[in-house]
Design a protein around this ligand. Structure first.
Ligand code: GDP
Ligand code: CA
Length: 320
């Protein structure tokens, strides 16, 4: 592997964006591509909203509202208030400036442009140099089967605040979805594949479930390393731990290892989870134990540099 390896990062929303920012501020940014998640997308007020892709784009453009971890900094809610006055459902927070992104995306889709090209254009226009790729241009929608019936991902996550018990998860449209040539090439050409500390079921899950993608990763010669989204067995934010246990996985590092079985060579875990190290190593995984909480920019960069350097060192060892 070269010293500035070709890196492909698989990323969801908030956890994905932290990893993306960490790599983007390191010298590894020159050979970096990111594959995002489109299965959280949903139409609101006639507009196509792509929350995970927007979170990645706004974060990398340093336009993100850092307090929320989503939306544009300094945005206002006049449009939403006016929609509410008209009787529209307004539980999905969409800011006035943010609406511009959704209007532009929707219009471009209506004109028949590929979602990948639209995402690339939005990212470039907002100043993001790193290629932000979609796993598929087709429509894939996460559906959450709960004790309160089937919900779209945003209904579950935003409207119901993850309160319902998750019984089942499916990705509507996934069987027919075709992977994009860009995503397949990014995997094929990568020397290092990184899986961000994103929700393994609903953020990384739909990327891997896109026909051809999981296969391409397991066939690739790239070293594949995942960063655990669990710290001390718990998510930093969001429902990943509860989702894992209600879907029958162990809601700890062993569950993460199971979900990424056959894909990853190594797992980066937090110091708090060190007791799991030996069990993970006995599964044949290389394990690196470090601080994995990324609150400050320096922590994002330090963790991501650590991951790349660990992967390079592991490769050197196996080559020796
Ligand atoms: P979403 O699409 O916005 O829900 O975001 P992701 O799926 O990309 O990320 C959600 C996951 O990120 C959660 O499971 C969190 O535990 C994890 N996460 C968030 N911040 C951090 C962090 O600083 N360190 C680690 N290790 N995981 C994090
Ligand atoms: Ca998401």
């Amino acid at each position: 592997m070269s010293r500035c390896p070709k890196i492909t990062l698989l990323a969801g929303g908030v956890g994905g964006a932290k990893a993306a920012e960490g790599l983007a501020s390191s010298h590894y940014r020159w050979n970096l591509q990111i594959i995002g998640n489109v299965a959280d997308d949903q139409e609101f007020h006639g507009l196509w909203v792509s929350p995970d892709i927007d979170t990645l784009t706004y974060s990398l453009a340093d336009l993100i509202d850092r307090q929320h971890g989503w939306g544009l900094r300094g945005d206002s809610s006049n449009t939403l208030h006016c929609l509410e006055r008209l009787g529209a459902e307004t539980w999905m927070q969409l800011g006035d400036m943010d609406f511009a992104t959704h209007i532009f995306r929707t219009e471009q889709r209506r004109l028949g442009r590929r979602p990948t090209e639209i995402a690339t254009q939005i990212a470039k226009r907002l100043g993001v140099e790193i290629p932000l790729l979609l796993p598929t241009d087709d429509r894939v929608q996460t559906r959450i089967g709960t004790d309160r019936g089937w919900l779209s991902f945003q209904e579950y996550f935003v409207r119901e605040r993850c309160a319902p018990q998750v019984l089942e998860v499916r990705f509507d449209g996934i069987e027919q979805a075709r992977p994009t040539a860009e995503a397949l090439a990014a995997i094929r050409d990568a020397e290092l594949i990184l899986i961000a500390p994103s929700n393994p079921i609903v953020s990384i899950g739909p990327i891997l479930a896109t026909p051809g993608i999981r296969d391409a990763i397991s066939r690739s010669d790239a070293y594949c390393i995942a960063i655990s989204p669990l710290i001390g067995g718990k998510t930093v934010k969001g429902p990943a731990d509860r989702m894992m246990s209600s879907l029958g996985y162990q809601s700890d590092l062993l569950g993460i290892a199971e979900l990424y079985h056959g894909l990853i060579d190594a797992l980066v875990i937090d110091r708090q989870d060190q007791p799991h190290q030996a069990a993970l190593e006995s599964l044949g995984l290389a394990v690196s134990v470090t601080d994995t909480l990324m609150s400050q920019p320096q922590q994002k960069q330090a963790l991501m540099e650590h991951c790349v350097e660990f992967a390079l060192a592991q490769q050197d060892r196996s080559a020796a």
